[in-house]
Design a binder for this molecule. Sequence first.
Ligand SMILES: Nc1ncnc2c1ncn2[C@@H]1O[C@H](COP(=O)(O)OP(=O)(O)O)[C@@H](O)[C@H]1O
Ligand SMILES: O=C(O)C1=C[C@@H](OP(=O)(O)O)[C@@H](O)[C@H](O)C1
Ligand SMILES: [Mg+2]
Length: 177
Amino acid sequence: MSIMRIYLTGFMGSGKSTIGKLLATDLGWPFVDTDAWIEEQVGMRIPQYFAQEGEAAFRKREADALIATATHRHAVVATGGGMLVDPDRMQHAQQLGTVVYLCVDAETLYHRLAPDAAHRPLLWSNDGTPLEGTALHNHIARLLNRRRAAYEQAPFHVDADSSPKAVVQRVRRLLAS
Ligand SMILES: Nc1ncnc2c1ncn2[C@@H]1O[C@H](COP(=O)(O)OP(=O)(O)O)[C@@H](O)[C@H]1O
Ligand SMILES: O=C(O)C1=C[C@@H](OP(=O)(O)O)[C@@H](O)[C@H](O)C1
Ligand SMILES: [Mg+2]
């Protein structure tokens, strides 16, 4: 069979890791979460790596993670929410496979991310504490506005504001059409 790799992109909380895992199981393909791959490589959780090495070092690791996905002929890849914001990374992912943008609005993202902001260093204030409430909501809305045009470069867009099962079906239908 020919090469087939699916790359999920979208904002933090859009469901890339959740949907990616379900989709891979459905298809019987390997699942790669680039955040988990990086954590294994560096032997640290992402917040710790950001604190010790900084964001620029993390972005270099993401470029390595993307290259490493090419070892799979078939795979579902959940990227980190910042990886394909970089136009070179987006272009590279499109050379390696099919990129799907999981679209979710800021309001839903806020509700999904509020319990889990501690694991996402880009959702922290300058003093290193996770943002909460209105400050978190406004931060998500601003960052999404800055990134949206980059995500929209993906050739496939899927509304990801319904149950995980329904989103997986939507991705499958889209790719089959
Ligand atoms: N379609 C969905 N409906 C409801 N909750 C979801 C959905 N997709 C993801 N979630 C929840 O949102 C949170 C973030 O999901 P995750 O898969 O980690 O997103 P990402 O990898 O894009 O940051 C998790 O708590 C997850 O259970
Ligand atoms: O959007 C981003 O820049 C990031 C998203 C995170 O992944 P998820 O999108 O899976 O949360 C993780 O890669 C890191 O915290 C940075
Ligand atoms: Mg994820």
